[in-house]
Design a protein around this ligand. Sequence first.
Ligand code: C2E
Ligand code: CA
Ligand code: CA
Length: 568
Amino acid sequence: MSQHFNPDQSTAKDQRPTGSQCAAKSGGNIVSLVIALSAIVVFVASAGSVLPELMRSGHLQSTGSEFLLTNALLLNIALILLGWDRYKALSTELELRRESEEEARRQAGLDDLTACLNRRSFVARMEAWLESSKFEQQIATIAIDIDNFKQVNDLNGHAAGDSVLREVSSRIAALLPDNSCIARLGGDEFICAVPFTGSAEDHLNPVLGRMVETVARPVLYKDAAIEISVSIGVSTSLQATDADIDMRAQSMMHKADIAMYHAKKHGKNRYCWFEMAMENDLRFRNELEAGIRRGIHNGEFVPYYEQQIDLDTGEIVGFEMLARWESPDMGLVGPDIFIPIAEEIGVISVMSERLIVAAFEDAKKWHPSITLSVNISPVQMRDPWFAQKILKMLLKHRFPAHRLEIEITETCLHENLGMVRSMITSLRNQGVRVSLDDFGTGYASISQLRSLPFDRLKIDRSFIGELGAEEHGDQLVNAIVSMSNGLKLPITAEGIENAEVLSALKQWSNMKGQGYHYGRPEPASQVLTRLEAIGLLAVGEPKSSNRGNEGAMESASNRILDSDVRAG
Ligand code: C2E
Ligand code: CA
Ligand code: CA
């Protein structure tokens, strides 16, 4: 084994300070304190009887016994002062000693809290090893991150968090093969380097499995048993081919980190080996994030519209706005790609608000009887001001509240049911309608449906698609229709793809429907052409152009808005 992996140098548990000198000093400190305290006790016990007697005699040195008492008293006071002075001096010395030990450890490249290596000394050790031409083994880097560590701190306090970090580091260190090393990179991030020969997976999989399992045992802190788990990513020196040694060390650590994030993304409490595809995914993901931010700034996100039809009359009664990204690099991108990322990086609200404003402006050109549905992310529903924001947008853009329908999914109901209820109530008080989207794919209970004042249920297309073809498909939809009749909730059927499905739906009445059978989602200009053909543009909307005469249309919406606000 290479000198660079001498266990005496590298294993964290061997680098912990012994503390025997500290113990001796603090012992002396305690003796001084005990002397001072005993002297105080003696003083308090004796002075109560001695002092009055001395006072009565009028002076402090009259008789022999009084003389002795006086001397004992003075001696007692001197002892108190001496003991206290010594205690203070020793305390200061101990503090200085602690600080200089900490500094020595820092200089020795150790982490204060866990006595693991720190980042600097870990990197230096990796580089030294990679440089060593004598060393014929490969090395694996293992990146370890505690899952939801912030929650541990928030729920149990930082002292408990520190205790968890110490415990995790010693559990991992105990499992590492000889000649390995462990470092804390900061926060709850650890990294290990393990030399191996032969197959990396054969060598390390048993260790990694034990790490995941051992660390997941609760950490006892005071009266609490703190539940934790870790996500682990592993890369090997075979995967880092950089010519520069320092680049190679950094690259191995980076790859282990990517694999660790992969483990987090796929459910946490597990380990993952680095693969090249992960790096490509990450690069693509980073580019997407940057593209989304840029796209919002450049107005590349635009509303498309899908027709909503009254199935009894076959007439267009509304449009659902569906976001599209007109990306200069990727062309037209669907919301399934960018909405989850926009939610994760915290830009969903700004993106959605801009789309809704654009949709208000588009819908003001349609006949005022035509409604506009917009999808709202669960992330937006966490904002306590969400209902007020919608109201403000309606007023600012002079869009009548009764033409707007908000679609929320069942996922929103798992979060803060009380807040969702008050939000739905305040939106409805303003005249906005609220639908439960994708019904049947989540876990909305009948009691939630009863207690939340929805205006409509949208049956998910997975149920509608089976109509006509599968017998149980009809039965399932029939059950949903009966339930919603009982709850007095009208229904929209999503995903009507063909005439068979549509005719199967005709067995129920009073339904709205939408789907590719009526047309794909289309941009605002095509909606205008469609509506123009059937005479459903707003009064005053010019036939051949989408521009001009906005005054007449606005005053029509204003009248509706005014009556709406009065009704609210
Ligand atoms: P959704 O609300 O369930 O929207 C309906 C989706 O079904 C749309 O996909 C639509 O194009 C598609 N669809 C419509 N008819 C049919 C059909 O007959 N067959 C099939 N197979 N699919 C059909 P799209 O536009 O890709 O939207 C996907 C999801 O993205 C939407 O599902 C909605 O949840 C979300 N989304 C779209 N725009 C927004 C937005 O502005 N904000 C938020 N938060 N989510 C949005
Ligand atoms: Ca929807
Ligand atoms: Ca839906």
